[in-house]
Design a protein. Sequence first.
Length: 308
Amino acid sequence: MLAFTILFLLVLFVLYKLMLIVPMREVHVIERLGKFRTVLAPGFHFLIPFFDRVAYKHDTREQVLDVPPQSCISKDNIQLEVDGLVYLRVMDGKLASYGIEDYRMAAVNLAQTTMRSEIGKLTLSETFSERERLNEAIVREIDKASDPWGIKMLRYEIKNITPSRHVIHTLEKQMEAERRKRAEITLANAEKEATINMSQGERQEAINISEGHKQKRINEAKGTAHEISIVANAQAEAMTMVAKAIAVQGGNEAMNMQLKEQFIEQLGEIMKKSDVAVVPTELAKMEGFFEGMEQVAGSVNASKGVKA
């Protein structure tokens, strides 16, 4: 009974060694008696027990490796700490197994050395603005070196670029000075624009006022000219009508009568409004005569009263 149990377990062990199932996301490197035999793709496979063995297993999915922070010196001699991420994939299981001892560690170290070299070609400002070009350069250099390892470098991404504390303090002062400079330039430009706008407004106001005065004088002159023209036309028509009236029978006597009436009306108006008596010459002589008589009579009465 014990022998049967041992035989049964031995058969199960042999069957376990005989069959191999490779998962979809992996490839297995098989060695026979210590020598490379083949690379098994995902699926079901048979092996020769005790002769074939799985020497290496590789994940065929895209792998992400973290590149630790490291110190770099930029082109303008500024110390930086840079870290990143490496994205790669195993393309050949045999080369990944026998081409290098540990392709993950090799890829990380190669990424670090390449990154230091590429950072040294750029200034501090360029490391921030040229990240895409920097990533492409690092991927290109790593891909060339890693080709014998059976892996494909897909991309490299820089996570952080951190200058030293002294550099950060200097950059903050520089940025503050730059912001102050931009603010002063903005204020100066605003004052300049305001002055220009005010002068243009005053100029336009003066032009509008002068144009208004000019138009006013033109309108007044046109109105005066029109008024004179109307008055002249009216006087001409009146004179024409007067001439026609005089030409008819009895027109001369009617004109004389009209002039006399106007003379009397105008004289009355003048005597009402004036403090000085204005009378015709004949009336003025008579008024002077009566005033003289009143003075003589007054002097005679005064002399009589003195004698009494």
